[in-house]
Design a protein around this ligand. Sequence first.
Ligand SMILES: *Cc1c(COP(=O)(O)O)cnc(C)c1O
Length: 233
Amino acid sequence: MAQLQDHICDVRSRISQAARKAGRSPEDITLVAVTKTVEADVINEAIRLGIKNIGENRVQEIRRKYEAIDHRQGGKWHLIGHLQTNKVKYIIDKVDLIHSVDSYRLAEEINKQAERSHKTMDILVQVNVSGEESKFGISAEQCHPLLTAIAPLPHIKVRGLMTMAPYADNPEQARPYFKRLKDLAIDIKTKKVDNINMDYLSMGMTGDFEVAIEEGANIVRIGTALFGKRSQI
Ligand SMILES: *Cc1c(COP(=O)(O)O)cnc(C)c1O
C-alpha cells in the first residue's frame, strides 16, 4: 500500500505543477480516483490516504462495492461511464455527480428518480468532441439544444461538461479536443440559460491530464496512474 501512497502523492504533485504552469490554483482541481476493477479494500485505503472523490464507470460495480466502502469520510461518488436509462434507479442515491448525460431521455429519467429520492442531481453533459464513433456523448452542435431542453427539469442541475479525448501516445494530440470543450463551455455561458451553469469541465485521464488542466479542466479522472494497469476494462 506504500505504493498507492506514492502514486497519490505523485499524481497530486503533477496536478499542482500543471495548474501552476497554467496560472491556476491546484486547489481548484478535483482529483477523481477512477476505481473501476479496483476492489473495495484498496478503495478504502485510498480514502484513508485522503482521496475524496471516487469515479466508477459501471452501475453494477458501484452496486457491488458500495456497501463495503467506508463512507464515514464523506467522500463523493462520480458515475463517469455510459448510463442506461433503466439503471438510473440503482445509483440515484449513491452518486453525487453523473458525468455522462448524453440524451434528453436519460436526463428525464434522472429527474424522475431524483424527485422520488427527494434530491436534486448534479450532472455533466458528455460531449464527443472528436466525433469518434466508439465514444459516447453528443456532438458539440447538439450541446446547446440539449441543455435548453434539460434546463426546465427541476430535479437536475447541469454543472458543466465532460469529454474523453481519443487515445494517443502523445498527450499533445488531445489538446485541441480539450480546447474545444472549454470553448464550448464559454459559448454556453455567454448564452445564459437558466438553471445551467458551467462550473465544471471534466477532462483528462492518466495519459493526458496535465494537458487537460492547461486547457481548463477542473475535474480530472485518473485510474491507471493511481492503481496501476487494469487487466481488463
Ligand atoms: C477508465 C476511465 C478513466 C480513467 O482512465 P485512466 O487512463 O486509467 O486514468 C477516466 N474516465 C473514464 C470515463 C473512464 O472510463
